[in-house]
Design a protein around this ligand. Structure first.
Ligand SMILES: [Zn+2]
Ligand SMILES: [Zn+2]
Length: 322
């Protein structure tokens, strides 16, 4: 058992509680007394029975350890709590503990102080870490050590719901990696700065559609010379995956009707990897086509929807036909 065991506060996160126990017992970091696996499982609420027993040797784990997962809102990730800290620096300085609800990406601001929940230092820009200095509202970058500060959040993104926030994060992700034809399957949201990413994604879904088209018409788009549906595929992929109606989807429909037929240039694309699901639902390829051309799918009875296949041979064959 630890020598000093304050009670866990009702809405305190387990990792926040572990930081408090760390500080109160004179340790520098949680890894001074628990293992890395225990720490990670505590952050994610994925503790095994064995790990719970091990932690119980140090302090009584009183709060329920329900899993954090909820209904799926995003194709990019399935846990809606960030793995890294997001905090209200004002609350922390008043109360000295870290709330679980702050990590939930559906919450963009502190309901008490109206400021954005921050995941980085306003001064040195470092991403916040699970460190005991956080309990004092101090930047976790040792070289900085300033008091964290956040600005009032009173723009349009403060009213967004979780599924809208996930749409914005997806748009931000696609824009940052525009020529990615398949997306990762992440456990947690993985953006540098959640507020900035949400806000950028919101602008991308509501603002000037030209920003998108410029990206795909650019010479450095490796798929620039391919037929329409392959050249702009990531945009259709995005529209297909959005949970809400946005201006973006409207604009994309216009693109379909107003753009000229594909270029007649002959190109030979070496690699064009998409998921089986995208190939069938977005690009309209048949199961037979996929089976015939993709060695990965050939010997499978059922094609798993997330299976990645290189459809370059299919694209090349269509282009020769024309
Ligand atoms: Zn607050
Ligand atoms: Zn800093």
């Amino acid at each position: 058992m630890l020598s000093v065991i304050p009670k866990q506060i009702d809405d305190e996160s387990l990792i926040g509680y572990i930081l408090r126990l760390t500080a109160r017992n004179g340790f520098q970091i949680p890894l001074d007394w628990i293992s890395e696996a225990q720490l990670k499982a505590s952050i994610n609420y994925t503790l095994s029975a064995k790990q719970v027993n091990a932690l119980n040797d140090f302090f009584p784990l009183t709060q329920s350890l329900g899993s954090l997962s909820t209904r799926r809102h995003s194709v990019l990730f399935h846990n809606y709590h960030t793995e890294t800290p997001r905090v209200c620096p004002i609350c922390i300085r008043h109360t000295g503990y870290i709330k679980e609800e702050w990590r939930y990406i559906g919450n963009l601001k502190c309901p008490i102080h109206g400021v954005g929940l921050i995941d980085f230092c306003h001064l040195c820009s470092h991403k916040l870490e699970w460190s005991i200095t956080l309990l004092k509202g101090i930047c976790t970058n040792e070289m900085c050590g300033c008091f964290l500060k956040s600005e009032p959040l009173n723009n349009v993104i403060e009213c967004l719901f979780i599924d809208e926030i996930c749409d914005c994060l997806l748009a931000d992700f696609v824009y940052s990696q525009p020529y990615n034809t398949y997306w990762p399957n992440l456990s947690h949201p993985d953006c540098e700065k959640l507020l900035a990413a949400t806000s950028n994604g919101y602008d991308l879904l509501n603002g000037n559609f030209k920003r998108w088209i410029e990206l795909y018409d650019a010479q450095n788009n490796p798929f620039n010379a391919l037929p329409f549906k392959y050249k702009y595929f990531p945009l259709f992929h995005l529209a297909h995956s959005l949970e809400n109606e946005w201006f973006f989807s409207e604009q994309l429909k216009n693109l379909t009707t107003s753009t000229e037929s594909p270029s007649k240039q002959s190109v030979n694309v070496g690699s064009y990897v998409v998921t089986a699901d995208s190939a069938m639902t977005i690009l309209g390829l048949s199961k037979d086509e996929i089976m015939n051309f993709s060695p990965e799918a050939k010997n499978k009875k059922v094609i798993p929807s997330r299976m990645r296949i290189n459809i370059a041979p299919i694209i090349n064959a269509t282009m020769v036909k024309k």
